[in-house]
Design a protein around this ligand. Structure first.
Ligand code: UTP
Length: 289
């Protein structure tokens, strides 16, 4: 059994749902309270056993590269002032990470972004975590749940969540191969952003994947699909003719920080879970009612 060691995080999208700020600030750097979204994602992957990272960026996302690097000047200043707690906040993560970056020169879609990871991935299965989906797993991190499922199937696994009828057209939607109560299901097909009448289920792909390297063969020849973008879902569908693909319903809460309401929800719920903030935030919310 090959261990899942590598993770790919695409973060090169335009973030048009979050304009105007995303004109100059990477959506993945928007903080949930005091920590950029992408750090929560990197930490989830580390807790799931990932050892090596590739972040896919575009030309105006250098702040992501800077964030995962050391800032020696600031470290020196904090050390001089004896601000040990602040120092560890900025220093610890970069020194622990084995992280690489690659540029996606044209934003042709998620499938195209993943193809930029081909050299990094090589010939082993890998994890894919979308840069704007944050999970709080119930006990086990979201990605770790997929890694466990991979250990049972040795096949690609799509992390899913059940969505309301009015939301199916926003996601890639899975068609299970058979009816089953299990969270881990073999799939017959997947379809990107279907109209409700064409949606085969309410099982939406939610930003976490384990993929075998076979996917690159299909991404290389993938034509544009929904939204005129090169869609990962379309390449996964074609890969199913060669290999089994499963879905695994993730146990936990998911926040789509690429949408405004998802971002507000994440900020409030994370604040209500923090000992240093929860009392004041509760008071604030009560005073607003
Ligand atoms: P999204 O569609 O959620 O991101 O893509 P977006 O395109 O940035 O956002 P909107 O829809 O315009 O508001 C899912 C993930 O894939 C990445 C995004 O950065 C995001 O993390 N992505 C998307 C790329 O890296 N490259 C692309 O060409 C498209």
């Amino acid at each position: 059994m090959t261990k899942i060691r590598k993770a790919v995080i695409p973060a090169a999208g335009y973030g048009t749902r979050f304009l105007p700020v995303t004109k100059a600030v990477a959506k993945e750097m928007l903080p949930i309270i005091d920590t950029p979204t992408i750090e929560y994602i990197v930490r989830e992957a580390m807790e799931s056993g990932i050892e090596e990272f590739l972040i896919i960026v575009s030309s105006n996302k250098n702040s992501i590269i800077d964030y995962f690097d050391n800032n020696f000047e600031l470290e020196y200043q904090l050390a001089q002032k004896g601000k040990i707690k602040e120092l560890s906040l900025i220093k610890d993560l970069p020194s622990k990470l084995n992280i690489h970056f690659v540029r996606q020169h044209e934003q042709l879609g998620l499938g195209h972004a993943v193809l930029c990871a081909k050299e990094f991935v090589g010939n082993e299965p890998f994890a894919l975590l979308l840069g704007d989906d944050v999970y709080v797993g119930n006990g086990n991190p979201a990605l770790a749940q997929l890694v466990d499922a991979y250990e049972k199937t040795s096949s690609s696994i799509l992390g899913t969540l059940k969505v309301a009828d009015e939301d199916v057209s926003k996601y890639g939607i899975c068609k299970p191969a058979e009816e089953s109560e299990s969270r881990l299901i073999k799939l017959e097909s997947v379809v990107e952003k279907p109209a409700l009448k064409d949606a085969p289920s309410n099982l939406a792909i939610g930003g976490r994947y384990i993929l075998t390297p076979t996917i690159f063969k299909y991404l290389e020849t993938q034509t544009r699909g929904a939204g005129n973008e090169i869609q990962l879902t379309d390449a996964i569908l074609r890969m199913m003719s060669e290999e089994a693909v499963y879905s695994m319903e993730i146990d936990g809460s998911r926040y789509d920080i690429g949408s405004k309401i998802g971002f507000i929800k994440a900020t409030l719920e994370f604040a209500l879970n923090r000992d240093d903030l929860k009392d004041e935030v509760k008071e604030l919310l009560n005073s607003l009612k």
